[in-house]
Design a protein around this ligand. Structure first.
Ligand code: SAM
Length: 257
């Protein structure tokens, strides 16, 4: 079937992903297809980084969104490692490409998590956050997103491969960060692994900075692959003002404080 589909897609000018094979990553099965992305070393790098940062900070009971999930590798690797001990409560997967959503659902079932589909594991067909239910609140939104800008319209055929690679005019990043505050719980944070070979921090940081309800916290190189860097943002916390009693103010003033 795939053998038949490939030449037809090529004839209509589509690039065809070489990922119809099944792949194993950290003991889990993933399957791409001619129209969907498969697990890559960078998916594993992202999952490993997220798992380490969660453990370093002792975070618990997390509801996570894996956005631009591809075949579901990042979210599923995290769930396999941390879903059984109270660290991760749920993982939602979102992608603009229906073939990736189907590949993610395949991987959820193929790895024995099928009974959790619709409860602790959910999938959303979505352009940035527009297809994620409005009442959703995530403690972490993680991603190995599209890393390459493409001049608006230049050569873009919106084939699944281009959807997996290009972010024309940085539309995904722009739209995502503009809406992200509404999908974060009060302790919510955004952890994106960007690929420094294609996108640099000064190019990307205006997007979180453009949202006044988000605080862009920092960026730092990945521990395993320093060519990739993490961009961390979180909800801006309301300024806490502590009422100081008048007598204390008078005492402080008397001592020149
Ligand atoms: C670099 S691939 C990473 C796939 C997966 N996260 C992984 O690491 O294996 C980027 C993913 O973002 C998805 N994507 C591209 N534009 C998107 C958009 N506007 N909204 C949601 N997902 C998008 C692509 O379909 C693709 O699956």
């Amino acid at each position: 079937m795939v053998g038949l589909l490939k030449p037809i897609l090529r004839r209509f000018g589509y690039h065809v992903y070489k990922s119809s094979d099944e792949r194993i990553a950290a003991g889990l099965r993933f399957r791409g297809g001619p129209c969907s992305v498969n697990v890559t070393p960078q998916s594993e790098l992202t999952a490993r980084g997220v798992i380490e940062m969660i453990r370093d900070r002792g975070l618990r009971d997390l509801n996570i969104l894996d956005l631009g999930c591809g075949s579901g590798a990042i979210g599923l690797l995290i769930f396999k490692e941390l879903g059984g001990d109270g660290t991760v409560a749920s993982v939602a997967f979102g992608d603009i490409n229906i073939f990736n959503i189907r590949a993610t659902e395949w991987a959820i079932r193929a790895n024995g998590f099928g009974s959790l589909l619709g409860t602790r594991l959910r999938t959303y067909l979505t352009d940035a956050l527009s297809g994620v239910p409005a009442q959703s609140q995530f403690d972490l939104i993680v991603s190995n997103p599209v890393h390459l800008d493409a001049e608006a319209g230049a050569g873009m055929d919106r084939s699944p491969v281009e959807l997996g690679t290009y972010d024309p005019g940085w539309k995904f990043h722009r739209d995502f960060y503009a809406a992200a505050d509404r999908y974060l719980s009060p302790r919510g944070e955004i952890w994106f692994l960007e690929n420094g070979a294609y996108s640099k921090e000064p190019t990307l940081k205006p997007f979180p900075n453009a949202n006044p309800r988000l605080g862009y916290v920092e960026h730092f190189p990945d521990r395993t692959d320093p060519a990739c860097f993490w961009m961390i943002s979180r909800l801006r916390r309301p300024e806490v003002r502590v009422a100081v009693p008048a007598t204390d103010r008078a005492v402080a003033a008397a001592f020149g404080a």
